[in-house]
Design a protein around this ligand. Structure first.
Ligand code: GLP
Length: 241
């Protein structure tokens, strides 16, 4: 795990975007693992800027997202497919048939998860996985628990995650209580991983992920076992370290 300290959010987004852009330039058919939440927005904005200047071409890129709320479709403003369209896919020349997000409208969890797992396997190993960090140490929607779950699964969201994500919804009651998430195996199979963390509210989780034991109680701690994980964190996120 290599840690890069940026002075602020803008700087860490710039660094992460540079790595993603180089991956696409070196390998136009790159498979990118993408994430949602407020943290990666600055990265997507930077990538869009470079695309608009003619410096990036997404036409052959494939993307596989980490997760989706169960019950939310592409048209739901807080759904992750909607988010990806809004912040990246609708702003660049990506072929949307090569963009994958778990199907939140599939209410049969086993079916939704098996189908997504098949997509992950079919597309091959992810070249570069972008991750945000939950304040409780989650990655994707791999919530703290007793075991690491390898495959795509349906997650019962923890109370703290529902609370944290309620800022995007009109009320806490509107936050779906379940989600589909890529498992730890899918994430750990990526060739390179970028973990982005910004702000004081991530400081404790980041400290535990970087210096604590490797434990499913802090899902991000597993990243220490990955040979190529780069953490981009700002001063506030590193304030406990
Ligand atoms: C959600 C997503 C995660 C994301 C996390 C942190 O729970 N499932 O993938 O990393 O939120 O979000 P934020 O960046 O908004 O703090």
């Amino acid at each position: 795990m290599t840690i890069y300290e940026g002075k602020d959010y803008k700087e860490i987004c710039e660094k992460a975007a540079e790595l993603i852009a180089s991956e696409i330039r070196m390998n136009p058919r790159a498979v990118l693992g993408l994430s949602t939440g407020s943290t990666p927005i600055g990265v997507y904005d930077r990538l869009v800027e470079w695309y608009e200047k003619g410096q990036l071409d997404f036409s052959k890129v494939t993307t596989i997202n980490l997760d989706e709320y169960k019950g939310l479709g592409a048209e739901h403003e807080q759904g992750y497919r909607f988010f990806m369209n809004q912040y990246l896919f609708d702003r660049v020349n990506i072929d949307k048939s090569r963009t994958f997000v778990p199907d939140g409208t599939e209410m049969d969890s086993d079916k939704a998860c098996c189908e997504y797992e098949e997509i992950i396997e079919e597309k091959g190993r992810i070249d570069l996985q972008l991750l945000g960090l939950g304040a409780n140490g989650h990655i994707g929607f791999n919530e703290p628990g007793d075991v690491f779950i390898p495959d795509t699964h349906c997650v019962r969201l923890t109370e703290s995650t529902v609370e944290a994500n309620s800022r995007f919804f009109r009320s806490k009651e509107e936050v779906p209580k379940e989600a589909y998430s890529m498992g730890i195996k899918g994430i750990m199979q990526a060739r390179h991983i970028i973990l982005l963390a910004s702000g004081k509210q991530k400081a404790q989780a980041l400290y535990e992920a970087v210096y604590g034991d490797i434990t499913p109680g802090v899902p991000a701690s597993i990243l220490k076992l990955h040979p190529h994980t780069a953490v981009f964190a700002d001063e506030e996120a590193l304030s406990v370290i």
